[in-house]
Design a protein around this ligand. Structure first.
Ligand code: URA
Length: 212
């Protein structure tokens, strides 16, 4: 396992991201504009790892995948597959509860153009390491996209070249955990039908069988 660190809700270790959050806060004073913490069950069978908060989504609401297009399909699917009590995540103080599931991001702060740099991904990685370390052996980690996949491997101290990202792939990690890959549920991927609803559902159905 890589270096781990307890999530710091006031983290400013990435100067470019800290500056950008201040800029966005000036333009949108009501937005959260801080590192976005993980959300959900504290001892989950499934940890979902996204890329980074969206500007008008998690960065606005303070909850991963909440307020932007990417979250619509994710939260609907979680509900349909029995991982939550509600198909919609409206805001950080609604009564949505995730069941045996937790959602986090590889990078906790909003990056300009939705693109964190490699050094920002690395800087944030100890928080992900801590989240993975907290999982029970046998838990499933779902990577939404290649950046999340690589960040999970790095956080677990594993060689990236030993585990190739592919939609629907399932990797057994040496610590007993399972890594499952999916294309990211971004607007771009769903609108181009690189990722369809059916494909996304299948991923969660596969995970359900692994957890049970
Ligand atoms: N919102 C998030 O929190 N993460 C993503 O990867 C995309 C949108």
């Amino acid at each position: 396992m890589n270096k781990a660190a307890t999530f710091n809700p006031d983290c400013q270790l990435c100067p470019r991201l800290a500056d950008f959050l201040r800029e966005v806060k000036d333009d949108h004073p009501g937005y959260f504009c801080k590192p976005v913490p993980a959300f959900g069950d504290s001892d989950p069978g499934l940890l979902i790892v996204g890329l980074a908060p969206g500007k008008h989504g998690a960065n606005q609401s303070g909850r991963p995948f909440t307020g932007d297009h990417a979250g619509i399909l994710l939260y609907e699917t979680l509900y349909k597959e029995g991982f939550s009590n509600n198909p919609v995540s409206s805001h950080a103080k609604d009564d949505l509860k995730l069941i045996n599931c937790r959602i986090t991001n590889a990078v906790k702060c909003l990056p300009p153009d939705n693109k964190p740099t490699t050094s920002e991904i690395r800087q944030c990685n100890p928080y992900l390491s801590e989240e993975i370390r907290a999982l029970a052996s046998g838990a499933v980690i779902l990577a939404l996209g290649k950046i999340a996949h690589d960040a999970i491997l790095r956080a677990s101290g594993l060689k990236l070249s030993s585990y190739k990202f592919a939609h629907g792939a399932r990797h057994e990690l040496p610590d007993g955990r399972l890594l499952v890959d999916s294309y990211h549920c971004s607007r771009y991927n769903t609108q181009t039908r690189r990722l369809t609803e059916a494909m996304f559902h299948q991923v969660f159905q596969q995970i359900r069988l692994m957890i049970e």
